[in-house]
Write a new protein. Structure first.
Length: 326
């Protein structure tokens, strides 16, 4: 008996009632890391909401820098990053598109000074530890600008964000720029240290979102829409006083903290529900728009030589997923 390719194809389709199981599609892979707006996804993971939504997705845990490396190398389909860092990876050849905004930093990014420092103006002529060209470098510039100072009025010492607490404790710098949990570690480690400025003073300067590779978005748009549809449920579960204790338990376990320890970190993050996504995705020049925020960080990146050519901000943002959920 000669079995043709046509018959094999019909068998696979079950035309003769003898369907041959086809290989299941690979799950979508998302790199996420230790930031409350991304740890929030842990609620959906642990509650089985992606399975309920009919989408196979694997969230892969990384440190922040390595998460971007994994995305650039094509090891994952999407990555949770700030709007500014998405432009950086895109400029290096791995463009992405934000399909849902998770939050904006509302106090978790801080400028912390050593004991005895009265205010930002007192940092003139002093050394400040910061991981150059990342989001808290930009926050530091905003803090200086708001206090009549320029970048040239201080000396920046480049140090990885996770090393900034030790930098402040050693006395090598007069202040640091860091995000949680590193910022909190510095405050605990250096008695008398204090926050002089934070992202709460510039809400919308730092947006965090789920950025998908252009290749994956082209082939799996319907599946990504199912992922986005889960997000409002996550935000509602965290915000509801009745379910927030469970949410904190799930989130804190991911980063090996107690719920009580995690609560302040969550308080410094303004999670964006569906309505807030609609607002932030409205084109505008101010920080209340992710377009305005991204334009500011785009100019910062070019001015500081992070990349030479300005990026097309609009190409990195797709409001259609959340807009479809009105």
């Amino acid at each position: 008996m000669i079995v043709t390719r046509t018959i094999l194809h019909l068998l696979a389709l079950g035309v003769f009632g003898l369907a041959v199981p086809l290989q299941a599609a690979e799950p979508l892979k998302v790199a996420y890391s230790d930031w409350p707006g991304w740890v929030a996804w842990e609620v959906a993971i642990q509650k089985g909401w992606f399975k309920d939504a009919g989408v196979a997705v694997d969230f892969v845990w990384f440190e922040y820098g390595p998460s971007m490396d994994a995305f650039t190398a094509g090891k994952v389909d999407a990555v949770c990053v700030t709007n500014g860092d998405a432009l950086v990876t895109g400029s290096a050849g791995k463009a992405s598109t934000c399909i849902v905004l998770n939050d904006y930093s509302n106090g978790n990014d801080m400028i912390i000074a050593a004991p005895g420092t009265a205010d930002i103006k007192a940092l003139k002529g002093k050394k400040i530890g910061v991981e150059l060209n990342l989001v808290d470098h930009l926050l530091l510039l905003k803090a200086l600008e708001a206090n009549g100072l320029a970048e040239g009025d201080v000396t920046l010492v480049n140090m990885p964000t996770n090393e900034t607490p030790q930098g402040l404790a050693s006395g090598g710098v007069a202040a640091i720029a860091a995000w949680q949990p590193n910022a909190g570690q510095a405050l605990r480690q250096v008695a008398g240290s204090k926050v002089l400025f934070s992202s709460k003073n510039a809400p919308g300067l730092i947006y965090d979102g789920l950025y998908v590779s252009r290749e994956s978005l082209a082939t799996s748009k319907a599946e990504w829409a199912k992922v986005v549809a889960v997000w409002p449920k996550v935000v509602a579960f965290i915000a509801d006083p009745k379910t927030q204790p469970e949410a904190l338990k799930l989130m804190s376990a991911r980063v090996m903290l107690t719920a009580e320890q995690y609560k302040p970190l969550l308080d410094g993050t303004h999670l964006l529900d569906l309505a807030a996504n609609h607002t932030a995705y409205t084109v505008g020049a101010g920080l209340d728009s992710v377009y305005g925020s991204s334009t500011i960080v785009n100019a910062f990146n070019v001015a500081h030589g992070v990349y030479k050519e300005a990026q097309d901000v609009k190409a990195y943002l797709d409001p259609s997923f959340t807009a479809a959920m009105k």
